[in-house]
Design a protein around this ligand. Structure first.
Ligand SMILES: [Cu+2]
Length: 327
């Protein structure tokens, strides 16, 4: 199986952007797993794309050590369906999820640095969004959703994380520590672990931090956990999170294996997620039922071997992950 490359979105050509958009749009209206060419669904079914909204709504792991593993698997599963969708459109399936490096691009729609929001890629702002490829009623949340995709970019005067915010995070040495939760911590608090800071709870100043801030800055569907994956930019945000984690793991090879042996220890009762996971634990919904692949934390720790577990596609990033400057 081929290894697909995840590119920084602003390095995609116009043709590559169109190809990505078309593959995602197809997922929203077709179930790519039924029939040789995909079967068009009723609007209420929401295509294959709906599966990801449901998975995230019912099983996503946040505020806990497995936040990064769970979302790495989620993106990989999305990418496998994206590859199928691209193939069904007559292409060769060599397509990866682009990443949005929010720390380099605090661009509002229409501004010089706002190319993410161009009408040939993620489209514009609004409740509902009225421009770009993801406007219109197909992009309401199924089933029963009204209107369309919703965004409220830079709401409340928010700004995105800066390069320094991201860099401070990459320099942390410990993956996670008790209580393996969302503890909001001061700059020198030991609970300011890598996972906690990257997820966006442990932070220096401002509220909220890195990944959480990117969700809140976009607002609308992205700011609501149960429906955030309805916005296609969700995957670009999380791809940047996974890129940062991959970079952190490969800057120091011992980091690849860093995951707490028993994160169920909760010394102060702050684990709010209900999803404490050991390395060997299976993450829901990926326990083999309903046709899912079985995913443990352990299987997700080396991103370069994700596809190997199932004889499916691996992914790579378009950057040198051992480069401390992680451009
Ligand atoms: Cu997220």
């Amino acid at each position: 199986m081929a290894t697909v490359t995840r590119k920084r979105f602003d390095r995609l050509s116009t043709a590559e952007k169109l190809r990505y958009v078309n593959a995602v749009k197809r997922m929203k209206i077709y179930d790519i797993n039924i029939g040789p060419n995909g079967t068009l669904q009723s609007p209420a079914a929401g295509g294959t794309y709906q599966k990801f909204i449901i998975w995230h709504d019912t099983a996503a792991e946040h505020n806990t050590a497995s936040f990064l593993p769970w979302h790495r698997v989620f993106l990989w599963e999305f990418e496998q369906d994206l590859i199928k969708s691209d193939t069904q459109l007559g292409n060769d399936g060599n397509i990866g999820i682009p990443y949005w490096k929010w720390q380099f691009s605090d661009g509002l729609p229409g501004s010089p640095r706002g190319e993410l929001w161009s009408d040939n890629f993620m489209g514009g702002n609004g409740v509902p969004v009225t421009s770009g490829p993801f406007s219109g009623p197909d992009w309401r949340v199924y089933p029963g959703g009204l209107g369309g995709l919703e965004r409220d970019i830079a709401n409340g005067g928010r700004t995105l994380p800066t390069k320094n915010n991201a860099w401070d995070c990459q320099l942390l040495n410990t993956y996670d520590i008790p209580p393996f939760s969302r503890s909001i911590v001061a700059p020198n608090d030991p609970a300011r672990s890598y996972r906690n800071v990257l997820e966006g709870f442990g932070r220096t100043i401002g509220s909220p931090g890195l990944h959480n801030n990117a969700h809140m800055w976009i607002g609308g569907h992205m700011s609501q956990v149960p429906i955030a994956p309805n916005d296609p930019v969700f995957y670009l945000n999380h791809c940047n999170v996974d890129f940062m984690w991959s970079n952190w793991q490969f800057m120091n090879p011992t980091n690849v294996a860093q995951y707490p042996s028993d994160p169920e220890i909760d010394t102060v009762g702050q684990n709010l997620s209900g999803f404490p996971r050991k390395r060997s634990d299976v993450m829901l919904p990926w326990n083999g039922s309903n046709g899912t692949r079985v995913w443990t934390i352990e299987k997700s720790l080396n991103f370069q071997k994700m596809g190997d577990h199932f004889s499916l596609h691996n992914y790579a990033y378009d950057a040198n992950l051992r480069n401390l400057a992680f451009t």
